[in-house]
Design a protein around this ligand. Structure first.
Ligand SMILES: [Zn+2]
Length: 407
């Protein structure tokens, strides 16, 4: 509860009403505790001093003055050292300012106190894990969260922290096992995450030269989540490496069926396989079929490259124009066309292109964006580096605003 309270405190100004309600709740908790405690007369004056510091601290928090809030809360706990809520708030304030040592000392102070409610200790241990995380001590954070999870195995929030650390450490087997535990506790879609963990584990095996295990993991990923594009791509790569070109092609082609918006990831691979087979005809058929079923800029661009390699300049230019009419900010297509014009010395065309480029210069070319947090990476990533969610990054078309992420 205090953790979420804190997130509201730091969450910005838009939830002012809720924030105020939470502050009242915090104040209520504080007062309730003070009224329940038998306060001896000689301590009353000091306790009141502590109270006034507490309320000042809350006011500073509301006006976002964290330094002053820390000062007042510190005064408050010096007088009323039994007020756990104030300690927790103080610890969170220190953490948010990056003063990890102090935050950690506060948690340890709470954990080591005798006669304290077990749940409060577990919460403090969780906060300690968050402090370690913020300080960049991944292993210590992991150890702490594992302790919390041992004491409270049904807490999905802690399991998610653990999973995210395993992902950061690229310990995919443990990340997978942790997600399985989360899936038992929370309803919702977990299959796509489990499938990604399996694919990532498979990639590690592939790099180590254990193709057999990698193949098992990729297949397990596909049976876990039928639309796991990354699994098909890497299973195809595995077949390709073993010179099983037909198998590779049939696996890659599945991408066009299950997630047409990501077919472009298979183009280069298919071309490579057909080149090895010394037969590029099927690539052309496949690309033309894709362009018919899913006319996106990437498909037209792939077709342009293919036709260019076949010396069909006219066809290549037509496909680049198709790609650019769908997405005027597709710089890769512009560069390719520019290179073609430069090579053929087509000065008039170059000038025309140049004036078009000037027109679209102010269009920001964004290819990928996370639907969860809005992060815009330069390449397609299955896991967002900012919010750590899986499959939330999708393609953005300059003309069509919504992102097409797969789930
Ligand atoms: Zn994100």
């Amino acid at each position: 509860m205090l953790e979420s309270t804190w997130q509201w405190f730091t969450g910005g100004g838009s939830q002012q009403i809720l924030l105020t309600a939470i502050v009242f709740l915090l104040v209520g908790l504080f007062l309730g505790k003070r009224m329940r405690s038998p306060v001896e007369d000689k301590h009353t004056e000091a306790a009141n001093r502590g109270d006034s510091s507490f309320f000042k601290g809350v006011q500073y928090l509301l006006s976002n003055d964290h330094d002053q809030a820390i000062e007042e809360f510190t005064k408050s706990v010096q007088v009323n050292s039994d007020t756990i809520e104030t300690y927790v708030t103080l610890g969170n304030l220190y953490r948010s300012r990056g003063d990890i040592d102090r935050a950690i000392r506060i948690r340890q102070n709470i954990i080591l106190r005798p006669n304290i409610d077990e749940q409060i200790k577990i919460d403090a241990l969780f906060d300690l894990g968050k402090d370690y995380l913020k300080g960049g001590f991944l292993n210590r954070a992991l150890k702490t969260f594992l302790q919390v999870s041992q004491k409270n195995p049904g807490d999905a929030r802690t399991l998610k922290e653990i999973e995210s650390i395993y992902e950061g450490l690229k310990d995919w087997e443990n990340a997978y096992a942790t997600r399985q535990k989360i899936a038992r506790l929370e309803s919702g879609s977990h299959e796509h995450i489990l499938a990604h963990h399996l694919v990532e584990a498979g990639k590690v095996c592939q790099e180590k030269g254990d193709g057999g295990k990698a193949k098992t993991l990729f297949n397990k990923a596909i049976s876990t989540q039928k639309t796991c594009v990354d699994a098909y791509l890497h299973l195809g790569d595995l077949h390709f490496a073993k010179q099983e070109y037909k198998k590779a092609i049939s696996v890659w082609k599945k991408v066009a069926e299950i997630a047409p918006q990501f077919t472009f990831l298979a183009y280069g691979r298919l071309e490579g396989a057909y080149t090895k087979m010394k037969n590029l005809e099927p690539v052309e058929d496949f690309l033309k079929e894709c362009a018919r079923l899913n006319p996106d800029a990437f498909t037209h661009m792939a077709l342009a490259r293919y036709l260019y390699n076949k010396n069909d300049m006219e066809g290549a230019l037509r496909e680049i124009s198709n790609a650019l009419s769908l997405n005027p900010g597709f710089w890769e297509a512009r560069r390719f066309r520019g290179q073609m014009f430069l090579k053929s010395g087509a000065e008039d065309d170059m000038l025309k292109d140049y004036s078009e480029i000037i027109e679209v210069l102010n269009i920001p070319y964004l290819r990928f964006r996370c639907i969860q947090c809005g992060f815009e990476p330069n390449e397609l990533l299955w896991q967002c580096p900012q919010c750590n969610q899986w499959d939330t990054i999708g393609l953005i078309n300059d003309k069509e605003a919504p992102v097409d992420a797969i789930q």
